[in-house]
Design a protein around this ligand. Sequence first.
Ligand SMILES: Cc1ncc(C[n+]2csc(CCOP(=O)(O)OP(=O)(O)O)c2C)c(N)n1
Ligand code: SF4
Ligand SMILES: [Mg+2]
Length: 252
Amino acid sequence: MAPQPKMPRSWRAETKPHKFCPGCGHGIILKFLGEAIDELEIHDKVVFGCDIGCSLLSWDFFNLDSVQTHHGRTIPVMTGIKRARPELICIAYMGDGGGYSIGAQHMVAAAARNEKITAILANNTQYAMTGGQMAPTTLPGQKTETSPYGRDPEVTGYPLQGPEMVSAITPDGAYVARSSIGNLRQLKAALKKALENQINGNGFSFVEALSSCPTNWRTNAKDTWSFIENEMSKQFKVGEIKAPGAVQGEVG
Ligand SMILES: Cc1ncc(C[n+]2csc(CCOP(=O)(O)OP(=O)(O)O)c2C)c(N)n1
Ligand code: SF4
Ligand SMILES: [Mg+2]
């Protein structure tokens, strides 16, 4: 008999194989989110919310209470659920367009208020679901459908440093990190710490994960990894940025 894939307990097996393209980072991030939920044994308490964008393909990904929201509105929906039922563990999962562009005001407001939810954002440097348009995270010189000659920072600015922004506006108690699908141990450690921060009732928890989109980047496996490791990681520094009572430094 062929070996069976080992799935986190929190995954919904009957919806696998999942709907993301081959090589997509979303599935990798959600695998380690699932493992973190398993290890913390919080299945009965978690409410998973996903945004519009390719993150919406996770609406039936987990065997957990799940809700799919309008574009950019996952943070306020999960904030509402958390305020009504503080004993629940509320996770808002979104893309860089959802969190830093159309939903930027919600990210800023929730961070400033230190809402006790966990926001997880997949940064793939563009609006993937709609065909690869420029996003706040698009790298200088990066070609997209709406920057065919490469992003010119003189005209459209430099990439938004989301975790650094969230770190600057959150009060004590917040947990903020940037991780990457290029460093799985660090990614899982950051996701687990973000959930623990909510379990402990400390404040807003935020993890940005550098993610891949080979479909819109039009890259093979080698070039996909090279873009993450050599281009994205230079622009976006991976590591823990803020943690209650911790010395600032690398996660995991
Ligand atoms: C209010 C609204 N505006 C625009 C859209 C069109 N739209 C759907 S997905 C998307 C971009 C998603 O990009 P991102 O949030 O980065 O997620 P990704 O697909 O890259 O994972 C846009 C602009 C929409 N669905 N709703
Ligand atoms: S278009 Fe990109 S982000 Fe969307 S599922 Fe495919 S690889 Fe993933
Ligand atoms: Mg995106």
